[in-house]
Design a protein around this ligand. Structure first.
Ligand SMILES: Cc1cc2nc3c(=O)[nH]c(=O)nc-3n(C[C@H](O)[C@H](O)[C@H](O)COP(=O)(O)OP(=O)(O)OC[C@H]3O[C@@H](n4cnc5c(N)ncnc54)[C@H](O)[C@@H]3O)c2cc1C
Length: 466
């Protein structure tokens, strides 16, 4: 078979790879987009979208279950697990179809189906074909890690299989208290599944601010046991899985299913990176510059979850655009400014981490949402917001777990992106009564600590619960 030549070969047709291909083609490169399956992005097929569809169902169940607080009594609530899962799959399939449709925009001859690996720098083997490229973008994503204790057992689910369940499980052990594990644990618990979460560490939802994590923990524990600091051993027990745990607590019980959400290492093993001429870090990931996505001075670029840097969708897309553009222009590689880090976990309340974590120099302002006016009205008054600023009051980061945190997080991220100070944000209009008002007390606390009087002293006494 003759060699297939191109300017830029992109390995992986997920969010990052599609973005890289588009960007390289727009920059005038002859591209080759390689994927094992062209089955739709992780986001649409087994990630962001099906998980949010399940969460949407659980929110409705939870609203009905908590309606009595408002004097509303639903006579009987029946959760039809088959219908819940059928809706998840139906809408998921529509999202997948729309990502597959975007492949139609790619010119003929650009797509190549198969598993790619390096033969030498600049040359890839893709099943039977050889692809010779002036530059290569690796955008191979990540895959769920399965700890040894679960290998060979039945009823072990990951994000790749859980949405294929025809019905809701009876009981579910979720392994991993990170964003993916907690989102799905709470969703299943609210749909009536008997859920327990296990994690060998003490961190929840990847939150680095302990005060915020401590405010979230009891809210989750009110819905399902959260067994942090435990190591587990699993074994098959007929149709069930028996989990024994020890550490901060110990015990043993059986579950109908186990959902493993214990990390997603990059898909790098099949690439034979040792033949690519790249310098690798201790985890086997090529060392790269996150402003150019270039690996050393080579014509090889990374994008998306495979670089293990910011495994979220908007970063995968941004990294793809940077990598694709630079691969097309190699060696004229240009750095791009990266946006303010933003990560959200869609639990209820949601949590978010924005910008840089606090350090010893940070000025910190807090809002406790247990007394926030709008949150009280809605029966959602729980959570904590912590904003961080530098000594001049310029916002640098935040961690929050509060109602509507996904929206508040965007406001904070945009303010940080625009280099705004707590004083400047306090001067912006905020309607009453809203969740956004909850940010004001944290901002005022920062102003008080750096001793700028004006906005901090504004009289808001007549408006309740700000
Ligand atoms: C359950 C879950 C929920 C999530 N929720 C959110 C969320 O709410 N918000 C958010 O921002 N992010 C979320 N994410 C993360 C988000 O989905 C990822 O950051 C994003 O999809 C990564 O895109 P990617 O292009 O790097 O990888 P992918 O979309 O996985 O694409 C990688 C592609 O590479 C192909 N490939 C791999 N190896 C090879 C090879 N050797 N040869 C050829 N092809 C290969 C694969 O087949 C795949 O098509 C979630 C993830 C999961 C798993």
């Amino acid at each position: 078979m003759p060699d297939r030549n191109c300017d830029v070969a992109i390995i992986g047709a997920g969010t990052a790879g599609l973005s890289a291909e588009r960007s390289a083609r727009r920059a005038g490169a002859k591209t080759m987009l390689i994927d094992e399956r062209f089955a739709g992005t992780t986001c649409a097929s087994v990630g962001c979208m099906p998980s949010k569809l399940l969460i949407a169902a659980s929110k409705n169940a939870h609203s009905i279950a908590s309606a009595a607080e408002f004097g509303i009594h639903a006579r009987s609530v029946k959760i039809d697990g088959r219908a819940v899962m059928a809706r998840v799959r139906k809408l998921r399939d529509a999202f997948v179809a729309s990502t597959l449709k975007s492949l139609d925009d790619i010119p003929d001859g650009v797509r190549l189906e198969g598993t790619a690996c390096f033969v030498e720098p600049g040359i890839l083997a893709v099943d039977g074909a050889r692809v010779v490229a002036k530059a290569i973008v690796i955008a191979t994503g990540s895959r769920a890690a399965i700890p040894q204790t679960f290998k060979g057992l039945g009823q072990i689910l990951t994000n790749e299989t859980v949405f294929e369940l025809e019905d809701l499980p009876t009981s579910l052990a979720v392994i991993g208290a990170g964003p993916l594990g907690l989102e799905l644990a709470q969703a299943f618990a609210r749909l009536g599944v008997d859920v327990e979460v296990f994690d060998e560490g003490d961190t929840i939802a990847a939150l680095k601010d302990d005060a915020v994590a401590q405010s979230l923990r009891p809210l989750l524990e009110a819905e399902f046991p959260l067994r942090l600091g435990t190591s587990i051993v699993a074994s098959q027990a007929g149709n069930e899985i028996e989990i024994s745990w020890s550490g901060a607590s110990s015990g043993k019980r059986r579950f109908s299913h186990v959902l493993v959400a214990a990390g997603r290492p990059p898909n790098m093993k099949e690439l034979a990176l040792e033949k690519a001429g790249l310098e690798l870090d201790d985890h086997g990931i090529p060392i790269f510059d996150r402003t150019t996505m270039q690996c050393g001075y080579t014509p090889i670029f990374l994008a998306g979850d495979c670089d293990h840097d910011s495994p979220v969708l908007h970063e995968a897309s941004a990294e793809g655009a940077i990598a694709g553009h630079n691969a097309a222009r190699f060696p004229a590689v240009k750095p791009s400014k990266r946006s303010t880090p933003l990560a959200i976990t869609f639990t209820d309340p949601p949590s978010a981490s924005i910008g840089c974590p606090a350090n010893d120099e940070s000025v910190v302002g807090e809002t406790d949402f247990s007394d926030q006016g709008r949150a009280k009205a809605d029966g959602r008054n729980a959570g904590l917001v912590r904003l961080y600023a530098d000594q001049g009051g310029k916002l640098t980061g935040a961690t929050l777990s509060a109602p509507e945190a996904e929206h508040l997080a965007h406001l904070i991220a945009w303010a940080i992106e625009h280099g705004q100070t707590a004083m400047q944000v306090l001067d912006l209009p905020i309607y009453h009564p809203t969740y956004e008002e909850g940010l004001r007390s944290a901002l005022r606390q920062i102003c008080q600590q750096i001793d700028v009087g004006f906005a901090a002293d504004r009289d808001e006494g007549s408006a309740p619960g700000i």
